[in-house]
Design a protein around this ligand. Structure first.
Ligand code: DLL
Length: 435
């Protein structure tokens, strides 16, 4: 079902006209109300009045996460504080938090986009949504919650944590949809098995997963284990939260980005040049309707590409392909660029291996050392002999060498021995000194 047929299937020329009107308006507003933008526009000698076509977008300045940190807490706000009705913040791994405010209209738009997303995932007002994204400053919980209510579905605000209890709730309440990180879906599966609950026998039929990178192989694994259809939801707190882009259940081929609210570009992360459709690079987003904290050309650091080919679902909005990683997550191992998702795809493809892994990069003398620990599955643990384990380790090492061109030491470890995550997973440890 398409939640907002008018907006989600707008012919592309009408969409472009709407975007231009909104872009001009956003530029006027940030120039008038946010000193950071007035200075940035002045420095490159552009005034909002000079923007006469969408092709002018690359002339505008970028906004970086650091700019939001520097403006902590309220300097990027474009509206008086008394019109802010909610604050969210992302803690980030380094440095200060970034604080994002929302006006009532911002929250209304967000709820609508999230409702569009849940509908695109195949949900309706008849569904019961077990929302295991964390509630709080993190945008996942409340973002999905308000979207579910806007759809008219029943939302169960479980939040993160208390995994045993979550299994009971899934079984007793009979949720038809699960929303959480993909790694937590697998964690729930393990916990359910331990409790003797087979999720496949429950009414659960749809999973909407996001907030961290995952692969098609992981999707297949989750769909098989939980007996559901799993789709991808994308978003980031600086720009809004979950529901910036959503994969449709019809095609499962990239995530429709709500272009009536966001203008996407793909740039070369090193030069900043705009890349053509289809090229992989960093996603840059300009908000078109945000009132409280509008952002011009925000560098997300997420690597993806834009797909403008028509989609079987009938939505006209561009699709971003699955996030391949973050430009700042890329590991350079003996000169070779490697993304953790590439390693994950190889691991999950091998039979007898569970999707739980850890990547550690260290220095041995001057050389980079890559070690991957991955759990073998319960079934293999019970049945396998030591020599089979060694054989699998060697096969994985060879596959990694063949596909990625790096030498890795792979160690298969016992089921349940690696860390589990209730929110976003963190599977990479880089112990090398940063220059
Ligand atoms: O993670 C918002 C969100 C909540 C999205 C729930 C989806 C579901 P932040 O904490 O600000 O916001 O983190 C944003 O998470 O820049 C990506 O690097 C990553 N991310 C989000 N969704 C996906 C996804 C939320 N579907 C950062 N695939 C983003 C890969 C994702 N990475």
């Amino acid at each position: 079902m398409i939640f907002n047929v008018e907006k989600e299937t707008l012919p592309r020329d009408e969409l472009a006209a709407l975007q231009l009107t909104r872009l001009k308006n956003q530029c006027e507003r940030v120039y008038a109300n946010v000193p950071f933008y007035r200075k940035a526009f002045d420095e490159i000698g552009v005034t909002p009045a000079q923007i006469s076509s969408l092709a002018d977008l690359p002339r505008l300045p970028f906004t970086e996460k650091q700019d939001l940190r520097d403006g902590y807490p309220y300097q990027m706000f474009a509206v008086p504080k008394d019109t802010i009705v909610r604050l969210h913040a992302s803690s980030g791994t380094t440095g200060k938090a970034t604080v994002v405010g929302h006006t009532q209209r911002d929250l209304d738009n967000w709820a609508e986009m999230m409702a569009r997303s849940l509908a695109a995932a195949g949900l309706t007002s008849l569904d019961l949504i077990h929302n295991a994204f964390g509630y709080g400053l993190f945008t996942g919980g409340l973002g999905v919650h308000c979207g579910a209510e806007r759809l008219g579905a029943t939302v169960i605000p479980v939040s993160g944590g208390g995994t045993k209890r979550q299994v009971d709730l899934l079984r007793d309440f009979g949720a038809t949809a699960l929303t959480c990180t993909p790694s937590y879906a697998l964690y729930l599966y393990d916990a359910a098995r331990e409790a003797g609950v087979d999720i496949r026998e429950l009414p659960l039929r749809v999973g909407v997963f996001g907030a961290e990178p995952w692969t098609d192989e992981m999707r297949a694994d989750i769909e098989r284990k939980l007996g559901i259809s799993a789709v991808n939801v994308y978003g980031l707190s600086e720009v809004m939260g979950p529901g910036v882009a959503q994969e449709c259940a019809v095609a499962k081929c990239g995530m429709h980005l709500y272009e009536d609210h966001f203008l996407p570009e793909i740039i070369d992360p090193v030069t900043g040049d705009v890349l053509p459709p289809g090229a992989v690079g960093e996603l840059v987003l300009t908000t078109l309707t945000k009132e409280a904290v509008p952002l011009i050309r925000y560098r997300t650091r997420d690597l993806t590409s834009l797909d403008y080919t028509p989609c079987a679902c009938g939505r006209t909005h561009v699709r971003i392909t699955r996030i391949l990683g973050r430009s700042d997550d890329m590991l350079i191992i003996r000169g070779v660029n490697v993304f953790p998702q590439q390693i994950e795809a190889i691991l999950i493809d091998m039979e007898g291996i569970s999707p739980h892994y850890e990547i550690e990069v260290s220095k041995a003398g001057n050389l980079d050392n890559l070690e991957i620990k991955v759990e073998f599955s319960e079934a293999m643990f019970v049945s396998d002999e030591v020599r089979h384990i060694q054989n699998r380790e060697q096969r994985l090492q060879k596959a990694i060498k063949d596909y990625l061109g790096v030498t890795a030491k792979v160690r298969l470890v016992e089921p349940q021995s690696l860390r589990r995550f209730e929110g976003k997973s963190s599977r990479v440890r880089d112990l090398r000194e940063k220059k």
